[in-house]
Ligand binder design. Sequence first.
Ligand SMILES: Cc1cc2nc3c(=O)[nH]c(=O)nc-3n(C[C@H](O)[C@H](O)[C@H](O)COP(=O)(O)O)c2cc1C
Length: 173
Amino acid sequence: MSRILIAYYSRTGFTRRIANDLAGRLMADVLPIEDVRPRRGLAGYFRSAREALRGTLAEIVPPTAHPERYHLVVLGTPVWAGHVSSPMRRFLHDHAGSLHRVAFFCTQGGRGAEQVFRELSALSGRDPEATCALNDGAISRNEFAPVLDEFVARITGGSAGLMAAAGGIHAGV
Ligand SMILES: Cc1cc2nc3c(=O)[nH]c(=O)nc-3n(C[C@H](O)[C@H](O)[C@H](O)COP(=O)(O)O)c2cc1C
């Protein structure tokens, strides 16, 4: 078992792609957070926006991994209407008490990451070791490797990690 877990929610695959890439770089275990009720199509889109705006705790499939067994949990979510996705909100509601160290990443069309990182901090009760925001365009064009390199360096305590600790640097494309 790895000492790092990547727990993420993804509706359309962007966050999943980053989570899986990070898992390879960090040799981490992966925990996909799964909806009980599908969110496909336009109805799923609007329900997602509504839930994010209302702070709804979406129903999720009980996780198969045990976050409390990991030294560090990397949390990944899409930005929904400027907020954390409702399945990630539920995951943190249920498991925040068992988290030790955390790092955050989010995927987005273009804006909302900073608010989402604040919400993830509040929901997890933890300050992140590092944060990373990725835009859909950069993900689609495969232009995210340098940003993930920097994120991973900060998580694993490389020289960029010391800089982040000193200056609160955030990665992002
Ligand atoms: C309901 C909903 C609301 C969204 N709101 C925002 C937003 O406020 N800002 C933004 O930049 N992108 C927004 N997006 C775009 C997603 O954050 C982006 O496409 C993300 O990469 C999707 O991740 P996924 O493919 O892992 O589900 C929204 C998407 C959905 C479904």
